[in-house]
Design a protein around this ligand. Structure first.
Ligand code: F6R
Length: 242
């Protein structure tokens, strides 16, 4: 794992956006794996600013998102589908039918995961996957204890993840209990991975990531086995490690 140390959230976002832009310049029909949550918002803002200024085109780009809540309609403002449109897709020239998010009808919809796997395989896999990390070490919504062999499917969110995401909902009861997420094996098939880590809340998990062995209690630890992972972390996130 290569570590890029940056000053703050803004610098992390700038460096991440540059990595995505370079990927698209090198391969205009790249398959990008995208994340939601608070961490990549600044990165998407830099991509939009670059698109507005330099017209970097996304016409041939295909995106596959990591995850989506089960039980929220696409037009629900808390859904990741809505988030992606608001934060990125509506502001660049990517065709709507090039943007994919997993989607499950209900928590028993096992076929949804299999279909998403097939889709990713038919696209040739992700060229570049952007990841955030949960305070408990999850990647995608693969919570501690998830098998490293997992593929896309329905996952139950831990109470701590639901609490961390409650900030986007009016009440805790509204936070979905389940999501559909790319599996860990799915994420590991990406040719390149960029993990974004910002803020003091992530300092403990980043420290664990560097010091722990590879084990399923810390899902992100599998990244140590991947040949092309770059972690972009800011000073607050690095405050325990350094
Ligand atoms: C989001 C995702 C999650 C988040 C993680 C960190 O698509 O898969 O793993 O990256 O929960 O979330 P934030 O960025 O809100 O701290």
């Amino acid at each position: 794992m290569k570590l890029i140390e940056v000053k703050n959230y803004d610098e992390m976002s700038k460096v991440a956006a540059k990595a995505i832009m370079e990927q698209i310049q090198t391969k205009p029909n790249s398959v990008l794996g995208l994340a939601t949550g608070g961490t990549p918002i600044g990165t998407y803002q830099y991509l939009i600013a670059d698109f507005t200024k330099n017209q970097t085109s996304y016409e041939k780009v295909i995106t596959v998102n990591l995850d989506e809540y089960v039980g929220l309609e696409k037009d629900n403002p808390q859904s990741y589908s809505y988030y992606m449109k608001e934060q990125l897709f509506n502001h660049i020239d990517i065709p709507e039918n090039h943007t994919y998010l997993p989607s499950a009808k209900n928590i028993d919809d096992e076929e949804a995961g299999r279909n998403y796997e097939k889709l990713i395989d038919s696209l040739g896999g992700m060229d570049l996957q952007i990841l955030g990390i949960g305070e408990n070490g999850h990647i995608g919504f693969n919570e501690p204890g998830t098998s490293f062999h997992s593929t896309t499917g329905i996952v139950k969110l831990t109470d701590s993840t639901r609490e961390a995401n409650a900030r986007y909902f009016a009440t805790m009861d509204e936070v979905p209990t389940h999501a559909i997420s790319m599996g860990i094996a799915t994420i590991m098939k990406s040719r390149k991975i960029v993990l974004l880590v910002s803020g003091v809340k992530k300092a403990s998990v980043l420290n664990q990531l560097f010091h722990s062995d590879i084990n399923e209690d810390l899902p992100a630890s599998i990244l140590k086995k991947h040949p092309n992972v770059t972690i972009i972390a800011d000073q607050e996130a690095l405050s325990i490690l350094k």
